[in-house]
Structures are given as structure tokens and as C-alpha cells.
Design a protein around this ligand. Structure first.
Ligand SMILES: [Fe+2]
Ligand SMILES: [Fe+2]
Length: 308
């Protein structure tokens, strides 16, 4: 994998940035530039996360892999900034990253230092699937231009390596070998336990406005049928249904809530519970608990049934 990560590095200067951007309405130009401006911020958060993972990794190869991910995410951030500049033809206004992004990033990165590596990996994996894959692909579809597509193709290649390692880490933390090791570790002192809960609470408090501004509002415009979001959750579903993983507390909670949601009399309870623990409502989509082979069929039927 490390060889793959090193071989997969690319340079922003490989691309031809001198081409003419397509004509766009004022509204579209403003949206596109704002999306890429915020995307740069998201990519920098991702870089900080992998920096943290690299610092924690005890295996030197894994640490080296995470370091290449930091480089990838910083390159994605730079590419997003250049794309924002590229499409900012008329300079209608000054674009700034959403304030919510900075508040969230600060608390999220702090919380990750306190969370167990297993739980931290859940957030990193879901975050990557939603923000680094679903959101980016939707933005690219919305921009519909070769410059953006060429950048996104390269970013997606990097992202598939990140997701592969996120999945690998999830498997590892769910393994009996890791659980045995964990059982031997001394219990955390109360003060640290409280600090962890405080950091987690602060993250959740800032997650809502952040997700609304950076993810939900743009996605309502560029992925109106929620196809990309469901696609991302399907990939996560494939992961948490794996034998070892499904027994772990967080995946087990998700699977149990989904089962309750799919059963008429308990559906309301499941929805309330999901809102309470911060499970996105899309994760309760009935198509997700179908067998993987039937899942995508059920999802496309579901989105096709909706008016365009
Ligand atoms: Fe990225
Ligand atoms: Fe990534």
C-alpha cells in the first residue's frame, strides 16, 4: 500500500490551468466559487486529521502511509483554492470560508485526541465518505466542466486509497487481537474521561451548524435526490455489516436502530433515537438494510420515483 501511495502522488502543475472557464450565470458562479472555497477548508481539516493519525500510529509503514495522506489532502486544498480562483471570473464578491468550519475543525481535532482510536476511525471514515467523496462528486457534477473533472478524477484516486485504509483500520480495531490488547491497557483516569466527554460534547454542538452550512445546504442544491449521500452510506453499510465489525458498539447501535426503523410500530422511536445520538436520518433509509446486491437497485428505484 505504501508503494501505491507514493506512486499515486501527482502535481497540480500537471494540469492546464490556463484554459477558459465556461460562461455561467451570476448565481452559479457565486455558488461554484463558494463551494470550492469551503472545500479547501474541508481538505485542510482532513490533512490535520491524518497528521493526528500519523502521530498515533506505532507501525512505521502505517505512519508513512498517513503522511502521504496529509500530502494528498494539502494538495486537494490547494487544488480547491485554484479552482475557486479559476471560476471566479467576474469577482462578484469576496469569498470567505464559513465561520462554522473553523469552530468545528478546532473542536473536532481536539476531540479526536481524546476519543479511542476505534471511535475516531468511525468519524474519520464517515467524514471522508460524505465530505471527501459524496460532496466533491456532487460539486463536480454541478460545475460540469473539464477543468474541475480532471482535478476531481485525481482527487478521487487519492480518496480511494484513504478509504481503503479507513476500512482496514476499522477491521483492525474490531479484531479480537486488538480487543485483547485493549483489555490489558490501564483504565483512563477520571479527569481524562471527563475531558474526553467535554471535547466530544463541544464537537457535537458545533457539528450541526457546520454540517448545515458546508454539507446539507449545498447538497440540497447539487444532490437534490440524495443519491450521492445514499451511495456513501451504502459503502459504509457494507463495512459495518462485516462479521467482526457488526458486533462493535457503534456499528451494532446503527444496525439495531435501522432494524427498528424498518418496522412500522417502532419506526418513530428509531427516528427519535437517531436524532438524539446524532445519526443522520439518511442512515435509516430502508434500502440500506437490503442485501448489498439489492441495495443499489432499491436506491435507484427510490430516487427515480421522485419528481425531477
Ligand atoms: Fe481529500
Ligand atoms: Fe481523504
Amino acid at each position: 500500500m505504501l508503494e501505491k501511495c507514493l506512486a499515486g502522488q501527482w502535481r497540480i502543475s500537471e494540469l492546464d490551468w490556463d484554459r477558459e472557464p465556461p460562461a455561467m450565470s451570476r448565481q452559479k458562479e457565486e455558488e461554484v466559487v463558494q463551494y470550492f472555497t469551503d472545500m479547501a477548508g474541508i481538505e485542510r481539516i482532513a490533512a490535520a486529521l491524518f497528521e493526528e493519525q500519523a502521530a498515533r500510529a506505532t507501525d512505521p509503514r502505517l505512519r508513512a502511509i498517513f503522511k502521504t495522506f496529509v500530502d494528498d489532502e494539502l494538495r486537494h486544498a490547494r487544488a480547491a483554492e485554484l479552482l475557486a480562483e479559476h471560476y471566479n471570473v467576474n469577482e462578484y464578491r469576496i469569498y470567505r470560508q464559513s465561520e462554522t468550519l473553523h469552530h468545528f475543525a478546532y473542536h473536532f481535532i481536539n476531540a479526536l485526541r481524546h476519543l479511542s482510536p476505534e471511535v475516531a476511525t468511525v468519524y474519520v471514515t464517515v467524514g471522508e465518505l460524505l465530505l471527501d467523496v459524496a460532496l466533491l462528486r456532487s460539486i463536480d457534477g454541478f460545475v460540469d466542466d473539464a477543468m474541475s473533472s480532471e482535478v476531481m478524477t485525481r482527487i478521487n484516486r487519492d480518496e480511494s486509497r484513504h478509504i481503503a485504509i479507513d476500512f482496514y483500520m476499522t477491521e483492525y480495531y474490531s479484531s479480537e487481537e486488538y480487543q485483547k490488547e485493549l483489555a490489558k491497557a490501564p483504565k483512563r483516569p477520571l479527569r481524562e474521561e471527563l475531558a474526553a466527554w467535554y471535547a466530544f460534547g463541544q464537537t457535537m454542538r458545533h457539528a450541526r451548524p457546520f454540517l448545515k452550512a458546508i454539507f446539507l445546504d449545498p447538497m440540497a442544491e447539487i444532490d437534490p435526490h440524495g443519491e450521492r449521500i445514499l451511495e456513501a452510506f451504502s459503502r459504509y453499510q457494507n463495512l459495518i455489516e462485516r462479521p467482526n465489525i457488526r458486533k462493535r458498539p457503534l456499528p451494532a447501535t446503527i444496525l439495531r436502530t435501522q432494524a427498528l426503523a424498518s418496522f412500522g410500530p417502532t419506526a418513530k422511536i428509531a427516528q427519535r433515537y437517531a436524532a438524539l445520538v446524532g445519526l443522520p436520518v439518511q442512515m435509516l433509509d430502508p434500502s440500506l438494510i437490503k442485501k448489498p446486491s439489492k441495495r443499489s437497485r432499491a436506491q435507484s428505484a427510490r430516487t427515480e420515483a421522485k419528481p425531477a
